[in-house]
Design a protein around this ligand. Structure first.
Ligand code: SF4
Length: 233
């Protein structure tokens, strides 16, 4: 896998990583896309279902999503027909660690660990490579995101990392894609309901996540619970 990582790392400076070619590359082994089904997620879902329809698309159903997000999942399921895999937290562990469902306030890193990081870690056991739809223009720690990363035993590819907001909007327009229903209310980055608010004009797109917790910037899927990188780039 190291040679493959090195080959792909050479494309990091490119604005035009060929997503179609990557999705057909046998050397990636078994791969899946992780999608939040949040704002802009449909771009990567559409690319994957158009170019490699059988690609598993993993959705972490934390049990804390907006009803609008769950409705959007259903809508995209019927309109695009993704090979959707819904991943849920371990119910026994969640019940024992968070019986009152208060961790999101008292210890959000632990809440994200239970509801996102651990279930994703289990789900990824079946794959060699995973894709994300993250983009640098979302700001914060994502500004410096590489297009290709090593994630412990996995290769992790962020094909849209260098896409601009304008390019994303053009893709929506070109393919007549539906927006997440909360986008029109100012939600720019959409995760769990208790930890997501709309943003004001001029704010970074990620500023609506954990808005009352300035030190928490990511959920732990991509960065450690203390917001440090745990996956070697
Ligand atoms: S985003 Fe909030 S509700 Fe969702 S898992 Fe993390 S702390 Fe819990």
């Amino acid at each position: 896998m190291q040679a493959l990582t090195d080959t792909y790392l050479e494309t990091r400076a490119s604005e035009n990583l060929d997503i179609g070619a990557i999705l057909k590359d046998q050397r990636l082994g078994r791969f899946a896309l992780l999608s939040s089904f949040g704002a802009e997620s449909v771009v990567m879902i559409h690319l994957v279902t158009s170019l490699a329809r059988e690609t598993p698309i993993l959705f972490l159903d934390t049990g804390q999503h907006f009803p609008e997000t769950l409705a959007y999942v259903e809508h995209l399921k019927s309109s695009l027909g993704p090979n959707l895999h819904i991943i849920k937290p371990n119910p026994d562990l969640t019940l024992s660690e968070d019986p009152e469902k208060t961790l999101k306030k008292s210890n959000p890193n632990q809440c994200c660990m239970l509801r996102k990081s651990l279930p994703l870690g289990d789900a990824l056991q079946g794959y060699d490579t995973w894709f994300t739809g993250r983009k640098c223009f979302h700001g914060g720690l994502r500004s410096f995101m590489p297009m290709i990363e090593r994630d412990r035993q996995h290769l992790k590819i962020n094909p849209l990392a260098r896409w601009s907001k304008r390019r994303v909007e053009a893709y929506f327009y070109e393919h007549d894609l539906p927006q997440h229903p909360l986008e029109r209310f100012g939600y720019a980055s959409i995760g769990c309901e208790p930890c997501t608010v709309p943003i004001e004009t001029g704010q970074d797109l990620r500023e609506g996540r954990w808005a009352d917790m300035p030190s928490k910037l990511e959920c732990g899927i991509h960065l450690g619970p203390d917001a440090t990188l745990i996956r070697e780039a």
